[in-house]
Structures are given as C-alpha cells and as structure tokens.
Ligand binder design. Structure first.
Ligand SMILES: C[S@@+](CC[C@H](N)C(=O)[O-])C[C@H]1O[C@@H](n2cnc3c(N)ncnc32)[C@H](O)[C@@H]1O
Length: 290
C-alpha cells in the first residue's frame, strides 16, 4: 500500500487541471456512447420522473446536454467551476447553466429530479457538507421527486487495497502536447476521505504541476441513514452495472441492471464493487394529524 504522502494544502490553495481545462476532462474520461446520460435517463424513466431535471456538479455539461437534446428534458446544470460552466454553455448548449456550490445554492422553482453523477456528491467531505447538500436537494425537489446518483463506493475499500497499492500512470495528447499524470491514492481514515495526489508533466517543457483532490468515502448503510434523515426513500442502491462499471451498463440490461425489473424497495442488494448507484424518492411531507 502507498505510504501516506505529505498532507494536501488547505482547500482553495490548489486547482484541478481537468476541471480548469474541460476539454482535457472529456479527453481523459471519454463517453462516446453517452452511457452516463443514457443510464440516468433509464433510471428517470423507470421511476416515472417528470421532465424537469437539475444536474448538480454537471461538469462539462455533456450529460445535461444529452438529456436536453436527445431525451427532450428541461435541464438545469450547476457546477462550482466557472471553466466547466463556460465549456458547458459553449459545447453542450440547451440547458440553463449556473456557477454555484451544491451545498449552498438557490434556484427558482422546483425540479422533478436531481442528478449527481460521477462522484460529484462525494465532493461534500464533511457531515455538515452532506447535510447542507441534502437540504438543498430537498428544497429544490418537488414532493415525490427523484435523486439519481452514481459514485465511488466506500465499502469497496473494506479489505481491498488494489487502487492504493501503486501509483497509476496515464497520458493524454492534446494539441500536440502529451501530458502524463502520476496518480497516488490513499485513505485518510479519520476524515473518511479518499485522497489523491496527481502530478502532471507535459512534453512541452512546462514545469510539472501537483494537484490534490479528495472524495468522501460513504458506506451504503451510512448513505441510507442520511437519506432517511432528509426525508428520502431509497428505491435502488447497488453496485450492479452502471455507466462506470466494468462491464458497463447497456440499454439491454434494463433500468436496475438486471433485466427490466427495478429494485424492490428495501431488498438487500450487492454493494461490493467500486461504484454505487442510487435512486431515492423525496417523500411528500406527512399531513398534519396523520
Ligand atoms: C468528477 S466531476 C463530474 C462531472 C459530471 N457530473 C460528470 O459526470 O461528468 C465533479 C464535478 O463536481 C464539481 N464540484 C466539485 N465540488 C462542487 C461543489 N461544491 N459544488 C458544485 N460543483 C462541485 C467539479 O467542478 C466537477 O465538475
């Protein structure tokens, strides 16, 4: 397992190359078949979501753009990165895009569903961040509205070190320059965070850049508890095929990943893999006297 590197600088003193340069993000994490957006649409349809969707941590806007263009939904995207939002407006037009913090935003109206894809939710690191996020989601959903999320699975790391054992090297070529990244992951057990140090070096002679990121490691039962606390019923929570599993979800495996049958509420499901897939419904407020 990697030895724990020097702690990262405080939040805000570093930036993320892939978030700052969205065209590199799409190059590094291609999704040519729009699998993430198609998976999200399948979940929305399977659970009868209405047309108005909010994509939190929408990144480059490619999922929001697809949902607008192909699925005909009315989509709003929100992301804290001005560069991501500028890219989304230019390259994936149609949705309304806003720069904002998912823990502290107010948008007009309410939505039928909120999406939080590719671990965007795990950028809420503390319990207070998560409470703030779920409070914002609740405030922006119509009663009966859906939360559809897809993220790393904290439980995957129980007894496994395969993602932690050795640095990972990757490279991308953009505009004639090859950028090589060296990624080290380690677990900050007290904060329950998966931390990442990534160094980028280009073959253009520019000085290397070191960047730090972290994701909250959420466990399935912890997520269920948080959701229940904030008034949600979990409809599906599992590690079955999704947009970033290997093999990935395809249209033929249906809404819940096994046949066409959606998960049965309350049925225990497998959560052993490295991705968790969540569908939850905001329960209407209980009537007075009931
Ligand atoms: C891994 S990317 C996922 C982007 C997109 N959902 C996708 O699936 O391609 C995470 C995104 O969350 C955004 N983000 C991180 N913290 C945020 C926050 N507090 N509020 C809003 N967006 C945030 C980042 O700027 C980044 O675009």
């Amino acid at each position: 397992m990697n030895r724990r590197p020097t702690p990262p600088p405080p939040a805000g003193t570093h930036r993320n190359l892939l978030t700052d340069r969205p065209e590199l993000y799409e190059l590094r994490f291609p999704d040519p078949e729009s699998t993430a957006a198609r998976w999200a649409e399948a979940m929305l349809r399977a659970h009868g979501a209405g047309p108005e969707v909010l994509d939190l941590g929408c990144g480059t806007g490619r999922d929001a753009g697809w949902l607008h263009r192909v699925a005909g939904r009315t989509v709003t995207g929100l992301d804290s990165s001005p560069e991501m939002i500028a890219h989304a407006r230019a390259r994936h037009p149609g949705p309304a895009y806003h720069i904002g913090d998912m823990r502290d935003f107010t948008l007009p109206g309410r939505f039928d569903a909120v999406l939080c894809l590719d671990s965007a939710l795990l950028h809420c690191h503390t319990n207070e961040d998560l409470d703030a996020l779920f409070g914002r989601i609740r405030r922006h959903l119509r009663p009966g509205g859906l939360l559809v999320a897809e993220m790393r699975n904290g439980a995957f790391f129980l007894g496994r070190t395969e993602l932690l054992d050795a640095p990972r090297l990757d490279s991308i070529t953009h505009e004639g320059i090859t950028l090589t990244s060296r990624t080290v992951l380690w677990i900050d057990h007290a904060a329950q965070l998966l931390r990442r140090t990534r160094s980028w070096a280009g073959d253009d002679g520019a000085p290397p850049v070191e960047q730090h990121s972290a994701w909250r490691l959420l466990f399935p039962q912890e997520l269920r508890h948080l959701l229940a606390h904030h008034g949600f019923t979990v409809l599906a929570l599992h590690d079955r095929p999704g947009p970033r599993t290997d093999p990935p979800w395809t249209d033929d495996v249906g809404a819940a990943g096994t046949g066409d049958t959606p998960c049965t509420p309350g049925t225990p499901d497998s959560a052993d893999g490295d991705r968790l897939h969540l569908v939850a419904r905001l329960e209407p407020p209980a009537r007075k006297g009931s």
